[in-house]
Design a protein. Sequence first.
Length: 350
Amino acid sequence: MKKDDSPASEILIQLLRQVPVIQNVRLREVGANLPGLGDFLIDMNVAGRRHAIACEVKESGQPRHVRQALLRIKAYFKLVGGTTPVIIAPYLSAESQTLCREQNVGYMDLEGNIRLAFEGVFIERLVSAKPAPARRELKSLFRPKSARVLKVMLQEPVRTWRVTELAEAADVSLGHVSNVRVGLLDREWAEVSDGGLYLSQPDKLLDAWRDVYEPPAGPRLLFYTSLHSGAFENAARKALSLSKGHASFASLSAAHWIAPYARTSINYFHADKDGLAVIRNQLKLTTVEHGENVVVLMPKDEGILLDTIEPAPGAICTSPVQTYLDLNLAGERGREAADHLRTEKLTWWT
């Protein structure tokens, strides 16, 4: 949102003119003689008394930017009477809206969210859906290369990281780490100390990731095996050991080893081309169109196959974070298993 051509003032004026007790609504530009009063003022009479709304327009409505604006606004408006401060942005998330409410500062965004309270007037409207640009921006934080960075940090949320250390640990470029750093700080999911970057809100990060998560891209292959129970388990663990990092248990099958909840009749794997060859040979798999009891996803993102753990010899599984995300796409039983896994393995602090 550009401050010099924002439609915000027109939208707000039209809204205020619909309130019966408000008259003589007019725009007043903020000049050099009115420093600190935001980007524009709206003067009005409320039930016969003069009042003004001082609006500060932000190009970003992320919590970090809103919090910084609130600190300056509150310090200034303690000295100003008869004026209500309002923050305006293209989009204000629920977290940013909460920050404004806590500080008794009004807000409005161009998606339709608004809250104003002054001189007996109360206006509030909440739009539940996120705009497409905000959804795209959030999803970009969880793209494959960025996801590698987040998974490394979620392994040890309290650990502090220098940019170069994190890039090396996640095997991504410094640019990718820098972009993730900005995204985390803007949303206040991370903070910076003398030692570097660390996650201050890992649960909020994981919640947001879960809500926008989509299945990994890549072919999904269906197979049938005549092996069952102990014979299947032994053959699967042998296959994963022989695959040497090219395959792993996934989804409900990984959860069985990481945080057992419920068994399933279908077994899930992630594998690349080499891993698939080993699995097909060891498990005696035949291709089917339906009636499958083995599903193999061949992810295009090789980072998924690098992000594994081995909770028991040969039982190579996707990491708890990756497993949790996949489980949430596996129907009601999968979501129940995801909640159980999170309680057992992904609880940090409140």
